[in-house]
Unconditional design. Structure first.
Length: 202
């Protein structure tokens, strides 16, 4: 089974007061397969967009990223979607540091794994004691297409403030055979039914 490669991951960080809010620490083994694009716009608020794109197959890919929310009412939105195939290995490690009050962060990481591939995600939300009214959310999901794949997740919260709203979670599972049967009963073949469910998951 082969699906088109997806861009992975995409990050957007909105800040209210600081000029250089994001630390990128990508680490790549074997071949140079990543491209990073960064741009800045805005008047009172700075908006920094960065896209890390996988170009072609990457046997081993490791990303280590850290975001500092230092301006009050800063926001960080991280969305990641990837498809791993043919014994590929990908590790994503993120850390969002809430250093000021009234900041928000949202992290959502989704992985589809096929053919002996392996995915790892470790994400941390850190909240300093002065960062009251923090709103932090983190979720990782994995879809295991066959039994030869593996996904490991380690969501973390480190909170030193007492007036916050923070949550994290992780879930992994396989395709629902009943859903595949239903789609096949509506005219799709087995391959198209699986691809439709995978695209819906992402």
């Amino acid at each position: 089974m082969s699906l088109p490669k997806l861009n992975t991951p995409t990050y957007e960080l909105k800040l209210s007061s600081i000029k250089e809010p994001v630390k990128y620490r990508p680490f790549l083994v074997k071949e140079e397969k990543l491209m990073m694009i960064a741009s800045e716009t805005g008047d009172e608020k700075n908006i920094i967009n960065s896209v890390v794109e996988t170009v072609g197959a990457c046997t081993f890919n490791k990303l280590d990223l850290e975001f500092d929310l230092e301006g009050e009412r800063s926001e960080c939105n991280l969305q990641s979607a990837s498809f791993l195939d043919n014994n590929e290995h990908q590790e994503i490690k993120t850390r969002v540091n809430h250093f000021s009050p009234n900041c928000k962060s949202h992290q959502k990481v989704k992985n589809v794994l096929n053919a002996e591939s392996k995915g790892v995600y470790q994400g941390k939300i850190f909240v300093k004691d002065v960062a009251q009214k923090t709103d932090g959310y983190q979720l990782s999901k994995a879809l295991l297409v066959d039994e030869t794949t593996e996904f490991n997740a380690k969501p973390e919260l480190e909170i030193y403030a007492d007036d916050v709203k923070c949550s994290h979670g992780s879930a992994s599972g396989s395709l629902d055979e009943d859903s595949i049967f239903y789609l096949m009963s509506r005219g799709l073949n087995y391959k198209d039914a699986k691809e439709l469910l995978i695209n819906g998951f992402l």
